[in-house]
Design a protein around this ligand. Sequence first.
Ligand code: FES
Ligand code: FES
Length: 184
Amino acid sequence: MGEVLAVRGSNPSMLGKAESALEVNLMSDTISFRLNDKPVRLNVDANRVLLWILRTDLGLTGAKFGCGEGHCGACTVLVDNVAVRSCLFTAKDVRNKEVVTIEGLAKDGQLHPLQKAFVEHDAMQCGFCTPGMILSAYSLLKATPHPSREQILQGMEEILCRCGAHTRIIDAVQAAAAEMKGAQ
Ligand code: FES
Ligand code: FES
């Protein structure tokens, strides 16, 4: 506060800049969480949208911006193994949590069985929905390791695919579930 008063008093033309600097300073917070198996510590507005932290601040562009309102699922990531819409999550929502994006799903250079199944079943066209689809399927299989086709359909129906690849997506999730046999 003292610094801002000094700037304001010394140069009125700097007032706008001083006020926005104060705002950023007051709103910024230190947020720690794990991202794709690595610790992350950010000085950031606690209300900054997680999708922008991932894409803009950290350069992880796998999560996509679709609607920005929680409807399409293109921005889906895992938070503590549950699929969430990162356009509706903020920095403070992931404090001390485990975040996984599509970039973190492969291990030791090996694609996750879901990723392999999406490739083998040609379950993508433009690929825009694919990260969200795969992470939603991961979350679904974590909760329901041996889903029926109907359960897969229900679990995935709120993720939109603009290319109409849903049938192949369901096939891929079913194949991955069979291969994984309840493993993650
Ligand atoms: S961009 Fe988040 S749900 Fe559409
Ligand atoms: S593959 Fe294009 S939106 Fe799903």
